[in-house]
Design a protein around this ligand. Structure first.
Ligand SMILES: [Zn+2]
Length: 194
C-alpha cells in the first residue's frame, strides 16, 4: 500500500532474490535487500574500543548476515564449544593432569572453560540458526527458473532502487563489477523521469 504511485527505479541488473553467498542477506525478508551500513563503538578508552558494524536491512531494519563470511566463524565457534566441553569433562575426571602446574584451582578453570563454551555456543548457535534458513532458501531458489526468480524479485515487498549513496554503491558492488556499478550510475543517476 502506498508508494506505488512514485516512479519506481527498479534495477533489473540486480536480482536480490538470486542467492549469492558473498552478499549480505536478511533471513527475515529472505532477500539480499539494500542495507544501511553503520558502526557503533563500545568502550571509552582508545585501547578497549570495539567498533561494531551493522548492515541494517532496508526492509525490516534487522541485522543482515553474510553467508560466506559467517561459515568459517560458525564452524570455529561450534568446534570451540565442543572443545571446551570435552576439555572440562576431561579435567574434572583427571584433575591430576594439571597438578603442580600454574593452575592451582581446577574448579575455577572448569567454570571458566564452561563459561567460554557457553558464550561461543550461543553465538555459534545463532549462526547455525541463520545459516539453516539461508541454506533452505538458497536451495529452493536454485531450483527455480530465471523467469521465476525474476518474478520473485518483482513481487518482493522490498524493491531495490537506484540511490545516490555510498551504501547503494557498497550494496551494488556485491553483485556487479566496479565498471558495471558505474554503468548503473550513468543509466539511472542522471535521469529524473523516464
Ligand atoms: Zn529484512
Amino acid at each position: 500500500m502506498g508508494g506505488r504511485s512514485q516512479a519506481m527505479k527498479h534495477i533489473p541488473e540486480i536480482n536480490h532474490c538470486l542467492p549469492n553467498a558473498k552478499a549480505y542477506w536478511c533471513s527475515k525478508c529472505k532477500a539480499h535487500n539494500p542495507y544501511t551500513y553503520s558502526t557503533s563503538e563500545t568502550g571509552d578508552s582508545h585501547r578497549d574500543k570495539i567498533v561494531l558494524q551493522k548492515f541494517g536491512c532496508s526492509g525490516c531494519h534487522g541485522h543482515m548476515f553474510h553467508p560466506a563470511e559467517t561459515t568459517p566463524w560458525m564452524y570455529g565457534l561450534v568446534a570451540f564449544t565442543f572443545l571446551m566441553i570435552i576439555l572440562s569433562f576431561y579435567i574434572s575426571d583427571n584433575p591430576h593432569v594439571l597438578s603442580g602446574g600454574e593452575f592451582g584451582d581446577t574448579d575455577g578453570l572448569i567454570y571458566c572453560m564452561l563459561g567460554l563454551g557457553t558464550f561461543s555456543g550461543l553465538i555459534g548457535g545463532m549462526m547455525v540458526f541463520h545459516m539453516r534458513k539461508w541454506v533452505g532458501w538458497s536451495w529452493a531458489q536454485r531450483l527455480k527458473s530465471a523467469a521465476q526468480l525474476e518474478e520473485d524479485s518483482l513481487n518482493h515487498p522490498v524493491q531495490s532502487q537506484y540511490e545516490e549513496s555510498e551504501d547503494f554503491v557498497l550494496w551494488a558492488k556485491q553483485f556487479l563489477s566496479p565498471d558495471e556499478v558505474n554503468a548503473l550510475k550513468e543509466k539511472y543517476g542522471t535521469q529524473q523521469e523516464d
